[in-house]
Design a protein around this ligand. Structure first.
Ligand SMILES: C[S@@+](CC[C@H](N)C(=O)[O-])C[C@H]1O[C@@H](n2cnc3c(N)ncnc32)[C@H](O)[C@@H]1O
Length: 277
């Protein structure tokens, strides 16, 4: 008897034309190359803000130098001991891709870093694995909620690029004051003479015995890959003077301006430390 495999298992011609061929492998899901730094980085290919070329042979340089950022050096210069953070218990707010975390760890710090952007958090874990970070822990969540719930104290709160993303920046300063005596901050601030962004609406609020103005703006679309801002729809900027007033009102009586750049391309920004002593 003649036996035809083809005839027994082939679908009828009309079905064959309608049904799409089932994919044999999902190339977004599986990696086919041998493990390397590049296979890790490529999980978020085209979505990194940082320049990672120094850690990955063959990777084109590009992006921001967040892994060799002078801001961490400025922080250790003013708040470290002998140019180091050895053994310091540091809380980092909004690590993004762990560039500053990496530098803080190299300087001897024990870092807890809190990140609310899920993709950014996963990038931090990739960096942790890639660079073998041993003394840094990444927590997934909102740092405001963390600071409200936790009673932990830190030797230093490192807050770069986050104050101007808050809907209530005074609340963040109040919470920082409840958890540390020393804070490092880089942030944009509101200066009408140099402001370049979306229209901001002033709103006056009274807190801690002082009067502050929030310059509020809506983010609009936050769903694109390059959005690395806050997790609320509105961000409020403070003036330079209001920032200092707020830190002083919550007990930071030593305030040191490190850098003031009113002409920055994205709007005025400043670096400073605030200490209680
Ligand atoms: C502009 S980036 C700054 C990144 C980095 N620290 C730097 O200075 O280059 C702001 C980061 O803070 C995170 N972030 C903003 N608001 C947050 C919140 N309430 N809780 C946790 N992370 C937050 C964002 O997801 C983002 O990764």
């Amino acid at each position: 008897m003649k036996f035809s495999l083809f005839k027994r298992f082939a679908a009828p011609p009309e079905t064959r034309e309608l049904a799409p061929a089932a994919p044999r492998s999902d190339f977004n899901k599986f990696e086919l190359r041998a493990p390397s730094a590049k296979t890790l980085i490529d999980i978020f290919a085209g979505k990194w803000a940082s320049d990672l070329s120094g850690f990955c042979p063959g990777l084109e340089p590009g992006g921001i130098g967040l892994f060799s950022d002078p801001r961490v050096t400025q922080a250790v210069h003013l708040l470290g001991a002998n140019g180091r953070f050895d053994g310091a218990n540091v809380l980092e707010l909004g690590p993004l891709e762990a560039g500053h975390t990496y530098q803080l760890e190299l300087l001897g710090a024990m870092v807890t870093a809190i990140e609310a952007n899920r993709e950014a958090f996963l990038k931090c874990l990739i960096v942790k694995e890639l660079l073998g970070l041993k003394n840094s822990r990444f927590l997934m969540g909102d740092f405001i909620a963390f600071l409200e719930e936790s009673s932990q104290k830190f030797d230093l709160i490192y807050a770069s690029g986050v104050l101007y993303h808050m809907s209530d920046p005074i609340r963040l300063i109040e919470l920082i004051a409840a958890h540390t005596d020393r804070c490092f901050m880089w942030t944009h601030y509101y200066d009408p003479a140099h402001y370049v962004g979306a229209q901001r609406t002033p709103r006056t609020i009274d807190r801690a015995g002082a009067r502050f103005t929030f310059y509020e703006a809506d983010y609009g679309n936050t769903c694109h890959d390059q959005f690395w801002g806050g997790n609320k729809p509105v961000a409020s900027w403070l003036s330079r003077e209001d920032m200092e007033t707020a830190f002083r009102a919550y007990g930071f009586n030593k305030f040191t301006w490190i850098l003031d750049d009113p002409g920055h391309i994205n709007g005025a920004c400043a670096t400073f430390t605030a200490e209680k002593y």
